[in-house]
Design a protein around this ligand. Structure first.
Ligand code: ZN
Length: 255
């Protein structure tokens, strides 16, 4: 299988894993930067993530134009992905979701912050992008053009995650596996945080604890989750060692 073939297979697998973990349902999507052309990205045609196969993957320019074969209708919110990949050369994969435990944090003053070490990658400072601030209340809340995508990317800044008011969130990663990992653990954090808030005052992770977890997190960590998640959705698991590049440590604090 070619590199491009493998990354399409991995992207289809990522869609199924995110659906299995309720990060996406019939809606929501994940993209990856094209392995040979950093100005293009790959994403499925508009289809429910749990149904996606390798042949559904299409290619786009960063401003959302279709490149090559149009195997089906594209997602109307593909501009989210292109705009973030355009603004962030350090990001290679973007998840957009409406995950149910995250949305309450987009419409209340309650701050999303990590409360458990596995959830540290979401970061301490999570903004909440409100489409109405720039585009008024005449939108349907969907990010359907590149201007909207760029405005969202501006709010995201150099962070890993941004909430989207009344809509959902975006999650970035240096790889598909990292973006999937963070997306899954953001939904888990949100669910646990809602429960903890019902019990009483919450002690959030300290900023330095979050930094220590993120610093030491290794490619090995994504692999451990990824192998298990591939098994859960009955998709082939291909070990990756290339993620042990700069920024990745071989020490794994998770144990
Ligand atoms: Zn959406």
């Amino acid at each position: 299988m070619t590199d491009l073939g493998q990354i399409k297979e991995e992207l289809a697998t990522a869609n199924r894993i995110l659906a299995h973990h309720h990060v996406v349902d019939s809606f929501g999507h994940i993209s990856v930067r094209h392995p040979e052309n950093p100005n293009h990205f790959l994403m499925s045609r508009a289809r429910a993530p749990a149904c996606i196969v390798d042949e559904d993957i299409m290619e786009f320019t960063l401003d959302g134009q279709i490149v090559g074969k149009e195997v089906g209708k594209p997602y109307s919110e593909r501009f989210i992905h292109g705009a973030i990949l355009e603004a962030r050369p350090d990001v290679n994969s973007v998840v957009h979701n409406h995950s149910p435990n995250v949305v309450p944090f987009t419409v209340t003053g309650r701050k999303m912050r990590p409360i458990m070490h596995m959830c540290a990658p979401i970061g301490i400072d999570i903004p909440n992008w409100d489409i109405a601030t720039k585009f008024g209340h005449n939108t349907n809340l969907l990010v359907t053009n590149i201007d909207m995508g760029r405005d969202l990317a501006k709010t995201l800044g150099s962070r890993t995650v941004s909430l989207m008011r009344g809509h959902g969130s975006v999650v970035c990663g240096r790889s598909i596996r990292e973006a999937v990992f963070t997306g899954i653990y953001m939904e888990i954090n949100a669910e646990m945080l809602i429960k903890a808030l019902q019990l009483g005052e919450v002690q959030y992770m300290h900023e330095e604890e979050v930094a220590a977890n993120t610093r030491g997190r290794a490619g090995f960590t994504w692999e451990r989750g990824w192998e298990n998640w591939c098994r859960e959705v009955n998709r082939p698991y291909r070990p990756k060692t290339w993620e042990m590049g700069p920024g990745f440590s071989r020490t794994d604090p998770i144990g």
